[in-house]
Write a new protein. Structure first.
Length: 335
């Protein structure tokens, strides 16, 4: 900060040096003036200038240091009251800007909340004709056409459900209820919802739960498993999807393993990125949106659940959920 202040006040320093040189010039021109007197005067003015410079530095630097070190929050009260006219100009300008940003942020948040509410209302309204459509499909006799319609209905249902949870994610902390969640009924509910798709593709489920309960939020945990199970079925052509749970170092670990197409090594680190779809190879599909795993990880992060993926191309993929210990969830249960 001192170097910056010296650069800012270099015009002062230059003016002072010119004055000192001017006194030497006067002594050189007028030989009646003793050089010792000029040296004494120069030394005295130099001491006074250094004292003046130090006092001004200590006084002015407080305000500017606060500007440099202040956080990015819209809090104008964090600034010290200005002492000079120029500081007052800066303080007034910043205060007006902060108030404007606050108003804009409030307006934008209101618009986002209104947009979210409108979209959630629309999703709930669309679910009504979807439910009626599912009942009509169940009454159909032609099995092949019926299976195809159920598959397309399921895709629409899953997309709407994903959109619903995507809009709820920014406000997830307001919707959490941490409790002991039974894994078996939760998983079986999600598996049953995929039953028609699994029958069409010849995929089964092998579920073995050594640990039957986890401490989490049931609704959002179901959403996470829904994305993982859907992903497993989507990229498998036949065989079983394996679901296991166990205790490791006082933590519950749940794995979801499929023996489908797998993920290429260059794509694996990015499978949880927003909008990411495979760059090529057998895992690529035009139907991918790149949102399912991204939303699952965001929900898992809010629940302090670690989610990781491991895969071998053409051999299968395993997603691992590591649940936190009870002590680590104390801050969440207080929401």
């Amino acid at each position: 900060m001192l170097v910056t202040y010296i650069k800012e006040r270099r015009s002062w320093i230059l003016f002072f040096i010119v004055q000192q040189l001017l006194l030497f010039l006067v002594a050189f021109v007028d030989t009646t003036i003793p050089l010792s007197s000029i040296l004494y005067l120069n030394l005295l003015t130099l001491l006074l200038f250094l004292l003046f410079f130090a006092v001004r530095f200590q006084k002015e630097i407080v305000f500017y240091r606060q500007l440099q070190e202040r956080d990015t929050s819209l809090d104008g009260d964090a600034l010290q009251e200005p002492e000079s006219a120029f500081e007052q100009i800066i303080y007034t300008y910043l205060t007006k800007q902060i108030e404007q940003y606050k108003r804009e942020a409030s307006d934008n948040r209101t618009e986002l909340e209104q947009e979210r509410d409108d979209l959630l209302s629309w999703v709930h309204e669309v679910k009504t004709p979807l439910t009626a459509m599912h009942l009509m499909i169940d009454r159909m006799d032609v099995s092949k056409t019926r299976a195809q319609l159920i598959h397309e209905w399921l895709r629409i249902h899953l997309l709407l459900d994903r959109q619903l949870h995507q809009k709820r994610l920014p406000f997830m902390e307001n919707d959490l209820y941490i409790e002991q969640v039974a894994l078996e009924p939760l998983l079986f509910t999600e598996i049953r919802s995929l039953q028609s798709w699994c029958l069409q593709k010849g995929i089964g489920f092998d579920v073995e739960l050594t640990t039957s309960h986890v401490l989490s939020d049931a609704k959002w945990l179901a959403f996470i498993f829904r994305q993982l199970l859907t992903n497993a079925v989507k990229y498998s052509e036949a065989g079983d999807v394996i679901v296991r749970s166990a205790k490791r170092s006082r933590q519950t670990v749940v794995t979801v393993t499929d023996y489908g197409r797998g993920i290429s090594p260059q794509d694996l680190p990015r499978v949880f990125d927003k909008g990411f779809t495979a760059t090529g190879g057998p895992h690529q599909t035009a139907a991918s949106t790149g949102m399912g795993l991204y939303l699952a990880q965001r929900a898992a992060d809010s629940l302090s659940i670690s989610i990781k993926a491991s895969s071998t191309l053409e051999a299968g993929t395993t997603f691992t959920l590591v649940f936190p210990e009870q002590n680590d969830l104390m801050q969440i249960t207080g929401m």
